[in-house]
Ligand binder design. Sequence first.
Ligand code: NOJ
Length: 741
Amino acid sequence: MKKGLFVICVAALLATGCKSTGNTEEERFIEDLLGKMTLEEKIGQMNQLCFDQPLDSIKAKIRAGEIGSMLNIDPKLIDEIQKTAVEESRLGIPLIIGRDIIHGYKTVLPIPLGLAASFDPQVVEAGTHMAATEAREEGITWTFAPMLDISRDARWGRIAESLGEDPYLSGELGAAMVRGFQGEHLSDSDAIAACVKHFVGYGAAEGGRDYNSTYIPETLLRNVYLEPFQKAIEAGAATLMTSFNDNDGIPASGNDFLLRTVLRDEWKFDGFVVSDWCSMSEMMSHGFAADRKDVARISANAGVDMEMVSQTYIEHLPQLVAENKVPMEVIDNAVRNILRIKYRLGLFENPYAKPGKTSTIYCDEHLQTARRAAVESAILLKNDGVLPLKEGQTLAIVGPMADAPHDQLGTWSFDGDKNRTVTPLRALQTDEYNQVKYIYEPGLDYSRDTDTSDFERVKSAVRRADVAVVFVGEEAILSGEAHSLSNIYLIGAQSELLKAVKSTGKPVVMVVIAGRPLTIERDLPYADAVLYNFHPGTMGGLAIMDLLYGRENPSGKLPVTFVREVGQIPMYYNHNNTGRPAQNEITPLEDIPLEAPQTSLGNTSFYLDSGKDPLFVFGYGLSYSTFEYADLNLSSNEVSATDTLTVTATVKNTSVVDGTEVAQLYVRDLVGSIDRPVKELKGFQRLFIKAGDSQTVTFKLPVSALAFYGRDLKKKVESGQFDIWIGPNSAEGLKGSFTVK
Ligand code: NOJ
């Protein structure tokens, strides 16, 4: 390439905010290839198709250079299709093959909401790395994960795919997922490109109804919704997907402020942006684009590099460039971004599947990784002493989720084989648990089942047992994309089943296997213990048995608030205080006197029928151990913006069982230029503490971590008074305070 042209290209790159990596070999390769491409070939790179046409017609398009990527195709066809691109197209540019590997490829991990409950970046990184290894082996080079949508509404089915309601936790675990998927080098045989999604605000869908509009003001957008994306991009995420929703009237696939100003100029993202499935052409339904040509113009100029499925780029970009409505520079930069990731994946050198000598799929190591993740993802919500179960007890195994091999895998499990799923029932048939005596009487066939005709049989089985373990929850189809619910009680006749079991007088353990936090308050009186599992994946059954029998000690904590009633939504721990926060004493609805004077109840912010508090708070989770927090200490009570505060506390395991506690650090900025949340998570640590032992937990809190976007939309630490807590969840803990000068 001529020197002058090279300088112009790099200048153009910088002009749109693409970071020059300084890796001249990479950039030289890209510029050289770009220089050889026709406009049509460039636009072809920006086109992603699914497999909805005959193989021959797909191959013809690939040969003609009209396709840059395929998604969700039969893995068996990957190498054949790749060969067409590499050996039969003019420039031999390999395809990037994308697939929804959301929580495991064949070996399925707990759904992301479950992984989040582990509060364990290591387990999350190991799990996603396992998924990448299995996928790359089959030629998949790109996953559409992690999903980093802050989710504060359990009606929204995609809460299952999220890392919960908190930006700090989502950011830490999202970054761990990126590291896990992408390994050390994208070109390694155990690495695939990650895609952070959905950019942005998708989880704030009004009413929790999927695809609905959102209204997120810029301060909230920046202080909450963007934070996990920024962290994942800092961790090196190769790609990003736009979301379906419009925010404040602007659909995400047409939002140049987000895609150019924030993503490229501020964050220096140098990977590529893909639209979500037809989210570009859907801008016509939104009423934001007049026709398909308008769609292509808006999205290209906004900064969407690759179009998923809807094909307006291939149809209209040539004309739009000719008419000067989309500058050539926009096309060139989009193609640069795409080629850069293909280059980093090593596809130009090694485009094909990368099987090792022996397949890693379902290998022992991966099964153990999935089992550990499932163990750490379970949350013990209640225990009146019935758990752990004792050897020698006869169990009644009841409920539709005791043996639901498909449903236990959860949403987005295209590739997991249900015959490999170890359900709780199947776990009892393994060598590890086959000494347990049990009677299996499910009572209901599936979660929505309303046929109670087997309940007498269930009761008789329970009477013959020592303890009933009732597996309830949700089928996989009830959560995930487009699967929102307006009611989130236990569905079907599951609550009635629980009551029937309890009526026998036997101790009852309720094990929930579900895709979202359900409203289970009304079920709690009928359970002596509750173990909550977000769909736990391939090894879920064994993990649950390990926990029920105390071979493992529960350590999961809630990544989302559990509301008492659906009408409390949205309810999340890091809310603003309001001018009239509710008092601790609230008159129960039934105690309100007749004709009570209008203002006699206090005029504060609560529900007459469900109060101010949720059922279980963010960060909550029990253990078979008990822990006590003491001796909160701050390195200083007065700090400046450049300091780092050291905060310590002693955590004592006051029980006779070794256990792991997730110690959590929260702060509150008491006065700001805009209202600040009543608490914000700023750190967490998993502490393994032997029975009777104590440990000092130390958090290093850079004062810069207290910065936020205030009234002037500039990120900075505002001076003043702060409260700080170290504790076991978002509602309890030792409290201190400090001042930022
Ligand atoms: C639509 C979903 O919103 C997105 O998350 C997914 O990756 C794509 N479809 C591809 O299947």
